[in-house]
Design a protein around this ligand. Sequence first.
Ligand code: SAM
Length: 249
Amino acid sequence: MLLSEPGKLYLDLIENCLLGLIYEDPSQDPWSDGGFDRESRMMGRDWPLKAHSMIGKARMSNLRAAVDYVLAHNISGDFIETGVWRGGACILMRAALKAYGIADRIVWAADSFEGLPPPDAVHYAADAGDQHHEFAQLAVSLEEVRSNFAAYGLLDDQVRFLKGWFKDTLPTAPVDQLAILRLDGDMYESTMDGLRSLFHKVSTGGVVIVDDYGAIASCREAVEDYRKEFGIDSPIMPIDGIGIYWIKT
Ligand SMILES: C[S@@+](CC[C@H](N)C(=O)[O-])C[C@H]1O[C@@H](n2cnc3c(N)ncnc32)[C@H](O)[C@@H]1O
């Protein structure tokens, strides 16, 4: 399956819009100076003030390559992201389906739509002291995410929302089969909930992406624990020093 040249240009534009690269949207995270730093945005190291994704150009391009890959290899299944924030990565996946003219795959967007949970250190010691839940910038309502999809003309019945804590929504999510599983929940618990509930639904040849593997030790620990428990030895491929992916074998 090949994408036309206008299709590629459309997705280039969508990527750059989603990341705030065109209008140089400034950052709003506690460690930046509140300006626009192109290098940080390319590498997904800041939280944009208005742009619809914080994953940066390298990880956004990796996601697009994953879509190209599963379509080129006829890997069956829907696409899901667990941890969507303003929806940007899911918007990219929906846009890609549109560009390819594919109408029989769903993009699932799973999130509390109210930020991260407080750490449950009793069950997940690796999350002890985690402060992500304290950042109001990370809480984006379902209404706002729907309206972001609509702004791109991409809010339709090929997009489904799973609202709530992953531990409550993912085990019973009405998802049959996945070609792409993108985990972006930052914490050990959030990453492990995604793997436990969804990994077995990923088709052979499907792509598993972990956004925070290189940046957040507890996230990496969850991935390592899960892979060890289930004897997964597919090579981990680095993306940009933070994100990683592997192909399910
Ligand atoms: C880093 S942001 C995701 C960034 C997004 N992928 C993007 O494209 O910019 C993390 C998101 O995960 C969600 N999240 C983390 N843990 C969660 C959990 N256990 N249950 C539900 N949502 C969770 C938060 O609400 C937040 O929206």
